[in-house]
Design a protein around this ligand. Structure first.
Ligand code: NAD
Length: 478
């Protein structure tokens, strides 16, 4: 019998008012893995009410006590790494190795946020009045609504839950309808801890129903969203009604700049790894390359050699694949359509360029394109697949100008051995993050944030943690 997940509300798994059932598919085989309810707006309101009721008591606890509950969750995760990784592979299609990294990173991330319990700070500010003291306190916001995408479905639960809870908020999570199975396992593990009821709640369903209900509820104080620009824009629109604070982690179109003095082997290795990881479905992985013209041929040869070596297939059956299927048919069609349109406007295919027919599953060949115009769709829109357009530029100035010429501003990278070029890139690239001589992958102690349409606010580290707080200025005359 098909597993039917139930919402987790007020400390228990509940049969909820549902408007229907959504099947969850394995993208490699098409098999139905489970079903989730299309949760009604009324049931979402129940989850928010539970979170609101629990919040006062949760915030009243010392941060170190809240950290203890977080550590109970991370310990449970560490005891279940293989099962969790297997679940992620089955519903999302990433490789087993990457899924294990994701699960372990999730536990580490929760522990990292728990460490902040003894480090939360306010400020004391000088007053113009000698008889006055001025304090800046940081308080919890209240109830956080966490809306999640499917590409790192397990880790992104923690990226919202851990800082929200540590700072005294309660949370209602809505996982992607594509990947709810690992989220359900997260709740199973959480239910085995001593977490007070109502602090963490999870509702399932599509964005337009359960997600929208979360966004429109005036009792949600912060909407923390990770996903596409289009949905981010809709969420911001819905949040405007109640002036709800939003934190938006959106898409990217990361440029990789390769200068003529770069270590081209290192650059090719890092760019290809970045492009095929998770089948290219990562917000910060290299989406376009700008290479100095004098080394274009050499770099393209190295990139196409490496790209064509990338093995793909069902990651549950073959642990040696570099990448698995795209999340669904719509994702595959999007990539194929963008490559076809790029070819139609003059791009040349160096390697790949086609849908791969493995009998079942949604696969696209590892692809290198050259000769793509800067203003063409393939250079401007997020592909989210294993496709890499490479363009020649005359120098670093042109590379930086073209890199910045994008509606996205999440991550960027540059490969060079020249410190002056590296420093110029630091000053002039207008992105939330820049990686120099390495693959795009953020650290939990950093600050992952996009500019332009890539988002508002950010996650991780001290700055990400404090986004789950609001300030309270207090003036004391004595
Ligand atoms: P998506 O925007 O389609 O969906 C994300 C979530 O939003 C899902 O849970 C969905 O149900 C929900 N949703 C959809 N419509 C909604 C609405 N009207 N109101 C409320 N919720 C709604 O994104 P996706 O396809 O799941 O994820 C891929 C995107 O996420 C890519 O663009 C990728 O770059 C981005 N992403 C960004 C980061 C980052 O850190 N910046 C990280 C991972 C993924």
């Amino acid at each position: 019998m098909t597993i039917q997940h139930r919402n987790f509300i007020n400390g228990g798994f509940v049969d909820t008012k549902a408007q229907g059932i959504i099947p969850v598919l394995n993208p490699a085989t098409g098999a139905v893995l489970s079903e989730i309810p299309e949760t009604s707006p009324e049931a979402v309101a129940d989850a928010i009410a539970a979170a609101k009721t629990a919040q006062k008591g949760w915030e009243a606890k010392a941060p170190i006590e809240r950290a203890g509950y977080l550590r109970q969750i991370s310990a449970k995760i560490r005891q279940n790494v293989p099962a969790l990784a297997k679940t992620i592979v089955a519903e999302q299609g990433k490789t087993m190795g990457l899924a294990e990294v994701e699960v372990n990173f999730t536990a580490d991330y929760i522990d990292y946020m728990a460490e902040w319990a003894r480090r939360l700070e306010g400020e004391i500010v000088t007053s113009d009045n000698p008889n006055e003291s001025i304090f800046l306190f940081r308080q919890a916001i209240g109830v956080v609504g966490g809306i999640l995408p499917w590409n790192f479905p397990f880790f992104l639960i923690a990226r919202k839950l851990a800082p929200a809870l540590l700072t005294g908020n309660t949370i209602v999570l809505k996982p992607s309808e594509e990947t709810p199975n690992n989220a359900a396992m997260f709740m199973d593990l959480l239910a085995e801890t001593d977490m007070p009821k109502g602090v963490v709640n999870m509702v399932y369903g599509r964005g337009a129903v359960a997600g929208a209900a979360l966004c429109e509820n005036p009792d949600v104080g912060l909407l923390s969203f990770t996903g596409s620009v289009e949905t981010g824009s809709r969420i911001m629109g819905a949040a405007a009604k109640n002036i709800t604070k939003v934190n938006l982690e959106l898409g990217g179109k990361a440029p990789a700049i390769v200068l003529k003095d770069a270590d081209l082997d290192l650059a090719a290795e890092a760019i290809v790894a970045s492009r095929v990881i998770n089948s290219g479905q990562v917000c910060n992985c290299a989406e376009r390359v700008y290479v100095e013209a004098s080394v274009e041929d050499e770099l393209v040869a190295k990139l196409s050699q490496k790209m064509s070596e990338q093995k793909f297939g069902n990651p549950a059956e073959d642990f040696s694949v570099a990448y698995g299927p795209m999340i669904n048919k719509a994702g595959l069609d999007k990539v194929a359509g963008m490559v076809d349109r790029a070819k139609a406007v003059g791009a040349s295919v160096v390697t790949g360029g086609e849908v791969a027919d493995l009998g079942q599953g949604n696969y696209f060949q590892p692809t290198i394109l050259t000769g793509c115009a800067q203003d063409s769709e393939i250079m401007q829109k997020e592909v989210f697949g294993p496709v890499l357009p490479v363009n020649a530029v005359k120098d670093i100035d042109e590379a930086i100008t073209r890199a910045n010429d994008s509606e996205f501003g999440l991550t960027s990278s540059i490969y060079t051995r020249d410190i002056n070029s590296a420093m110029q890139a630091c000053r002039e690239l207008k992105f939330g993050e820049t990686y120099i001589n390495r693959n795009n992958f953020e650290a939990m102690q950093g600050y992952h944030a996009g500019v332009r349409k890539s988002g508002i606010g950010g996650a991780d580290g001290k700055h990400g943690l404090y986004e789950f707080t609001q300030t309270h200025m207090v003036y004391i005359q004595s």
